[in-house]
Design a protein around this ligand. Structure first.
Ligand code: GLU
Length: 484
């Protein structure tokens, strides 16, 4: 097969938000196709109406688009096998279900729901009872209103083996597989097994990269390929993604829904980079890849078999370094929506403050949503409360603190005249007056910003209007003097 014939697909079910795991599957299929100059498809597997969550389609599309994972054919895009939404392809599956029944590979099962319920209660799987009913029995059941499903005949004994591109040879005892799984439900919609096999065949998918949780379905799929005399695609089952606690990834590990990560202020390039490394490596050192570099280097040989571990801190580390490398103007532009979300419409003054602060904020945040908190202190109208105990760090006593704030009041005009040197000027002041410089800086920082942690002095002075700084020093003095 020539490389350009490689066709992969991402086939999510619209059953809720897109999470890290699905995203990794999408990314690997995309990278593999792009690397080989093949085609990448997006197919919506929406035949399970019970698990359907409205809005999921949009979530899938938005997540992929945000990350720059483009599909060549498929949902919303069309292509030779349109439609790419399985609920709109039901006649196709029905045709193949009929073919399977005609050939004797599948059968109509008239199972009354009470019987299936009984089996479930007893903790037993299906026992092929539908296959052994006579046509007359079926007619009676049909007359009673029992609707048939189509079930696949599975061999009670034997083994199914296939070569997984990651796991190597995988073999399954058919006795361990689901017994006679349903292919077509009584509502005429296919189950995942039938729809996925039919579509992978019709859409000429050559490689199926999917998470290991689907491994148990692969045997059933192979039986279907055999029955339909189709050549199966190559399978590559991806390692599971665990949380840091060693359990399967879940909400406990923090936000793992892709669009929640977007809202939190992760950059798509950082997320793609990190997700690519959840189960794949180029060598044992390199951790930094743009999407183009991932396409260039991606190969199935780099995918590991053992579980990957999702580490939010590592993702933050990646994001921090991507944020730091952004050109300042780009970084600044990204900040505004995060401020708007917190503060509503931004005044011209506020926008100027954000622009001024951007170079100071850039090295200090791991996610964009952390940015507004650095600028709370200078919001127009902000008046941070001051607590005396917070003003007195180290060995600093009230009289000395009062003297410092008074000295600062006297020098304020001069410091403002050279705000870019504020840090150095304050140091000189503290040395000249013989104050302990750590406690001195802490007092000034706290009095002006209302917080023990702040942007550097030059940013504080650049952001806080002088009249406001005067007032805060005044309030600081009042707080110290009140009970001093
Ligand atoms: N619809 C399945 C899912 O939600 C696709 C599994 C597969 O890739 O075959 O993940």
């Amino acid at each position: 097969m020539s490389a350009s014939h490689i066709r992969t697909r991402y086939a999510p079910s619209p059953t809720g938000q897109q999470h890290i795991g699905g995203l990794r599957t999408a990314l690997y299929n995309y990278l593999f196709a792009r690397h080989h100059k093949g085609r990448f498809l997006l197919r919506l597997e929406d035949t399970d109406r019970k698990r359907y969550q409205p809005g999921s389609e949009q979530d899938i599309v938005s997540a992929l688009q945000w990350l720059g994972i483009e599909w060549d054919e498929g949902y919303l895009k069309g292509g030779p096998q349109s439609p790419y939404q399985q609920s709109e392809r039901r006649e196709i599956y029905q045709r193949y279900a009929t073919e399977l029944v005609t050939q004797g590979a599948a059968y109509h099962a008239y199972d009354p729901s009470e019987e299936l319920e009984e089996l479930r209660k007893l903790g037993r799987g299906y026992d092929r009872r539908g296959a052994s009913r006579s046509a007359a029995e079926n007619r009676v059941l049909a007359a009673r209103g029992v609707l048939p499903v189509v079930r696949l005949h599975t061999p009670p004994q034997g083994e199914l083996a296939f070569d997984d591109l990651i796991l190597g040879e995988v073999s399954r005892r058919t006795a361990d597989m689901a017994v006679d799984p349903v292919l077509l439900k009584s509502d005429g919609l296919p189950t995942y097994h039938l729809a996925s096999v039919v579509d992978d065949h019709l859409m000429a998918i050559t490689h199926v990269l999917r998470s290991q949780e689907w491994l148990s379905s692969t045997g059933i799929h192979l039986l279907l390929y055999q029955a339909l005399s189709w050549e199966p695609p190559h399978f590559a089952h991806l390692p599971p993604i665990m949380g840091k606690d060693g359990k399967k990834l879940s909400k406990r590990q923090g936000a793992t829904a892709v669009l929640d990560l977007q809202t939190a202020g992760y950059l798509p390039q950082a997320l793609c980079n990190y997700i690519a490394l959840l189960g794949w490596a180029w060598d044992d050192k390199r951790e930094r890849f743009s999407l183009a570099e991932l396409i260039e280097h991606f190969s199935l040989a780099g995918i590991q078999r053992s579980p990957a571990s999702f580490d939010l801190q590592k993702l933050q580390w990646h994001n921090r370094s991507y944020l730091q490398e952004l050109p300042l103007a780009e970084f600044e532009a990204l900040l505004y929506p995060y401020f708007e979300r917190e503060e509503g419409t931004l005044s011209a003054t506020r926008r100027r403050q954000i622009a001024t602060a951007a170079p100071f904020v850039q090295p200090r945040i791991a996610t964009l949503q952390e940015a507004p908190q650095w600028l709370i202190f200078c919001r127009p109208g902000a008046s941070p409360p001051l607590v005396r105990s917070q003003m007195l760090k180290g060995s600093l006593r009230v009289p000395q603190a009062i003297a410092i704030l008074q000295a600062l009041q006297n020098e304020l005009k001069q410091i403002y005249a050279q705000a870019a040197e504020a840090g150095a000027l304050l140091k000189v002041l503290s040395q000249r007056e013989g104050y302990p410089s750590g406690a001195f800086m802490a007092l000034v920082r706290y009095t002006l910003s209302g917080s023990p942690v702040s942007l550097p002095m030059e940013a504080l002075f650049a952001l806080l209007p002088m009249a406001e700084a005067h007032q805060r020093l005044h309030r600081g003095l009042a707080e110290l003097q009140e009970r001093g």
